[in-house]
Design a protein around this ligand. Sequence first.
Ligand SMILES: Nc1nc2c(ncn2[C@@H]2O[C@H](COP(=O)(O)OP(=O)(O)OP(=O)(O)O)[C@@H](O)[C@H]2O)c(=O)[nH]1
Ligand SMILES: C=C(OP(=O)(O)O)C(=O)O
Length: 214
Amino acid sequence: MTTPQLWTVVIPVKRPEHAKTRLADAVGELRPRFARAFAADTVRAALDCPPVTRVIVVTDDAAAADEARSLGAEVVADAPDAGLNAALRHGAEAARSVAGDAAVASLSADLPALRPAELERVLAAAAQHPLSFVADAAGIGTTLYAAGPGVPFEPAFGGRSRAAHRLAGAVELELGGIPSVRRDVDTAVDLWDARRLGVGPRTAALLAELDVAL
Ligand SMILES: Nc1nc2c(ncn2[C@@H]2O[C@H](COP(=O)(O)OP(=O)(O)OP(=O)(O)O)[C@@H](O)[C@H]2O)c(=O)[nH]1
Ligand SMILES: C=C(OP(=O)(O)O)C(=O)O
């Protein structure tokens, strides 16, 4: 049996006061807290995934950073302050400054239903390709982008990133049975769908608070 590929996972977390704006109508003043809860549940699930040896969170938000550290992740500041792709490249550089041949996968921080077992299947598939990605549930964007050992990490998030990643030569991982890896939450409909899949503890607690408030 061959040894499974080990991974460093990079998770970018935007400052919550500017994040998840499309959720504002549904959750009102709870929006920044939802953004942090999604991130915490994503980080927890990634850390619980056996082939993941390190999780590096890229953020300038002190509360998200503290929570990520308390869960067992490392944190680097969003030093480039130049948007998502720059933040991700910065996280990958941090990973490879310690281990030059690290396999690096980025995950969106808005995957509150993420299941470690589904992520493990995705990472096993990603290990078969130099560059790969998973499309989001809508089929337009990307939730995971992965570069194997020694492969330049050059993400192209933003807008129609599924097409952009394909054009750049990354292989789309078209596995069935990975809804939790694909279910990013941008809108109220996405949030209800994540709840149907089963969200992590931080998002579940906040949804309970929202139910009381409604
Ligand atoms: N560190 C960092 N993370 C970012 C940045 N921009 C986006 N992200 C993260 O990238 C992921 C995908 O971002 P989006 O889904 O566009 O999230 P968003 O901007 O909060 O959502 P909307 O306001 O609805 O567009 C989330 O994990 C965000 O926290 C950035 O400039 N820096
Ligand atoms: C930035 C992206 O995500 P979202 O659709 O969540 O904004 C993307 O998928 O490239």
